[in-house]
Ligand binder design. Structure first.
Ligand code: THU
Length: 147
């Protein structure tokens, strides 16, 4: 799948976000090493702090579909819903918690997972790796000395 296709999948997914409180819809598409794609959206809650991010939703779908160890590439798009489309100028990068969750998948896969981050209308794209977004992260290897 091309970058453009993966981003389109993330933007399309965002249309199904449940974000009545922030009114900021996020979609995430994850591609496996063998080309399968799953998506996720942010799902908010009246108890604000219990909302779930799009990346976490998509990682859950990825685990069910092909396993976190097969995560290869991720696209994230965030913005507001304007008519039938996702809009907005500011590029959506994964929050700290989502970086930690992606770091776990990267540790399992042994890949420096690539993350394509876009604004709502998809016109601005930033290409990052999880190592760049979460340098010196804490992952499974840090638990080596646990009892
Ligand atoms: N959000 C995500 O889904 N992913 C991120 O990486 C950043 C933030 C969601 C959480 C909340 O529902 C809304 O965007 C505003 O923060």
């Amino acid at each position: 799948m091309t970058d453009e296709q993966l981003i389109a999948a993330a933007r399309e997914a965002a249309l199904k976000a449940y974000a009545p409180y922030s009114r900021f819809s996020v979609g995430c598409a994850i591609e496996s090493a063998d080309g399968r794609v799953v998506t996720g959206v942010n799902v908010e809650n009246a108890c604000y702090r219990l909302g779930v991010c799009a990346e976490q939703s998509a990682l859950s779908a990825a685990q069910s579909a092909f396993g976190l160890q097969n995560v290869a590439r991720i696209a994230v798009s965030g913005g507001h819903l304007s008519g039938e489309a996702l809009s907005g100028d500011v590029v959506c990068t994964p929050c700290g918690g989502c970086r930690q969750a992606i770091f776990e998948a990267a540790a399992l896969s042994g890949r420096d997972v690539e993350i394509l981050c876009t604004n709502g209308d998809g016109s601005s794209v930033e290409r990052h790796s999880i190592a760049a977004l979460l340098p010196v992260g804490f992952g499974p290897a840090n638990l080596t000395d646990a009892g």
